[in-house]
Design a protein around this ligand. Structure first.
Ligand code: B12
Ligand code: SF4
Length: 457
């Protein structure tokens, strides 16, 4: 069969939708596959290709869903006979909502190598019953939605590396992403992993070192100058890490970065030393909030402040660069608690920081908390993340309206304060900081006026 995948990724660069890459790699053993992404093709270009394919599959995260569903509608109007399948993180979190759009034929929930492959067999007539296709949501003969249980793949090395030759990207960008594992044993409330673990018995699995090294060598030969490992947690399994460090140092040796939890950094000093010798340059750590209460009660991250500070210190002492990830606008968060996030970053002193407003993604635990407190507005494009990514001057993330203790304008004011205190990458200039400090004053004043006005109403 001929399968057209439409990749919802809407920003250009060297980093790609790896999940779709793995799926395409697995599927193309038996079928012809093409990937067109929204970032690199116009709607007309994509629609004009559909005719040549038997099945159209969309891959998207939440912020890309609106674009994808509108395009799917257009395709279904032009080619009513083509089955339309949705997969990826958003469809996995809310499959029933996706199926409510009557023109979507199937949703694949979770990892789809096994399920999509079986679904193609069914569409081709090689499998007689839809009930035999694992991990899909579909309309039964009675018109009601049915869900078949997921099947996870135990050995993910069977898949091989993502189909890099099919994934559109800016080849001139020196940066690539690689993922060595699936899943995470933790359940932070704002993360997709909390959704997966609450819905399914989700197992952590890692690729073999040899397969990962082959992929890195391939990317290096293609011109990659930096590899960002997309694993939720890289610092797991000392034996794997040592083997990886040795082979990466011998065969790849270009700088790379990893994400880690503070406790893992403190436990894995010797692995970090080995990894540094092989090319490790950056360690990214989610601080998220400087308030232990907010972390414990809202985020389900129970580490101590002192562990976070010590982890950053260790990274510095090892001669590595660090970046902290922080969130403002968390349910129940007060102004003082938001300021604690500034304080812990001053003490931890990372090389770089980032500061996002909370985007409560559907079906995560924090989404349930925010919904029960009526903290956000589920409008059509409340999951547009552009305010978060580009730090738009007028928007905070559309989903988040207040925290119960701080309103949206105060959250925006704090983001400006962040920029004036920590700067932003190369923008260490004084005028940049002064401008953001003035904006902080303006929005704080505005926020106080709004509060006063609401009280007098
Ligand atoms: C790699 C990655 C990226 C890449 C590519 C993202 C993309 N898909 O477009 C880059 C670096 C570009 C990126 C950016 C962002 N990301 Co990101 N990213 C990841 C990460 C770390 C790994 C994804 C991965 O490879 N997983 C492993 C593979 C095997 O799983 P998978 O992707 O789910 O794919 C499988 C199934 O979903 C299914 N499948 C996928 N597509 C399809 C299609 C069809 C037709 C079918 C049938 C099945 C199917 O089969 C795949 C193979 O089994 C995840 C975290 C995670 N663990 O998933 C976050 C994650 C996807 N990112 C997230 C976010 C929020 C972002 C940003 C918005 C962050 C920001 N504020 O800047 C940006 C968006 C940028 C943009 N404009 O698109 C969130 C999404 C949450 C949500 N509900 O939307 C995640 C889940 C992290 C989290 N905190 O929860 N990201
Ligand atoms: S935020 Fe990181 S540690 Fe927490 S569940 Fe998600 S991937 Fe795991």
């Amino acid at each position: 069969m001929k399968v057209l995948f439409i990749d919802g990724i809407d920003s250009k660069g060297g980093m790609v939708n790896l999940g779709l890459g793995f799926l395409a790699q697995y599927i193309r053993r038996k079928h012809e596959v093409k990937i067109l992404s929204i970032a690199y093709n116009t709607i007309d270009e994509i629609v004009s290709c559909v005719d040549k394919f038997d099945v159209v599959g969309f891959s998207c995260i939440t912020s890309q869903f609106n674009n994808c569903i509108n395009l799917a509608k257009l395709i279904k109007n032009r080619f009513p006979e083509k089955p339309i399948v949705f997969g990826g993180i958003h469809a996995t979190a809310v499959p029933h909502e996706v199926m409510e759009h009557g023109f979507v034929s199937y949703v694949c929930v979770g990892e789809a190598e096994i399920s999509f492959s079986a679904l193609l067999d069914f569409i081709e007539g090689k499998l007689s019953k839809l009930e035999e296709v694992p991990g899909i949501v579909y309309r039964g003969r009675d018109g009601c939605l049915k869900f078949n249980n997921i099947k996870f793949m135990d050995d993910i090395d069977i898949i091989g590396m993502p189909a890099w030759d099919l994934l559109e990207r800016e080849k001139s960008s020196g940066k690539r992403n690689v993922i060595t594992s699936r899943g995470c044993p933790f359940t932070c409330s704002y993360c997709y992993n909390s959704t997966m673990r609450s819905k399914f018995k989700f197992k952590y699995r890692r690729r073999g070192v040899a397969s990962v090294i082959d992929e890195c060598v391939f990317l290096k030969n293609e011109g990659a100058q930096y590899i960002a490992f997309s694993d939720d947690l890289f610092l797991i399994d000392e034996k794997w890490l040592f083997e990886f460090a040795e082979l990466y140092g011998r065969h790849v040796r270009i700088p790379f970065g990893i994400a880690a939890r503070p406790e893992a950094v403190l436990r894995q000093e010797s692995s970090l030393k080995m990894l540094k010798k092989s090319g490790l340059r950056d360690v990214w750590i989610g601080v998220e909030s400087g308030s232990e209460r907010v972390r414990r009660e809202i985020l389900n991250r129970k580490m101590k402040n002192i562990d976070i500070i010590n982890a950053f210190r260790m990274i510095r002492e090892l001669g590595l660069q660090s970046k902290s990830y922080n969130i403002v606008g968390l349910p129940t968060e007060s102004l003082l608690e938001a300021l604690e996030t500034f304080w812990i970053n001053i003490k931890a002193n990372p090389n770089f920081t980032s500061h996002y407003t909370l985007m409560p993604y559907p079906e995560t635990k924090v989404w349930h908390i925010a919904k029960s407190m009526e903290l956000f507005n589920e409008s059509e494009n409340c999951f547009d993340d552009s305010g978060n990514i580009q730090f738009s001057e007028t928007l905070i993330s559309r989903g988040c309206l207040h925290t119960g203790k701080m309103n949206a304008t105060m959250i925006l004011a704090l983001r400006h304060l962040w920029r004036s205190v920590f700067g932003n990458y190369a923008k260490w200039r004084v005028d940049y900081r002064v401008v953001h400090f003035c904006k902080f004053l303006f929005f704080s004043f505005h926020s106080a006026l709004c509060r006063k006005w609401q009280q007098t109403k």
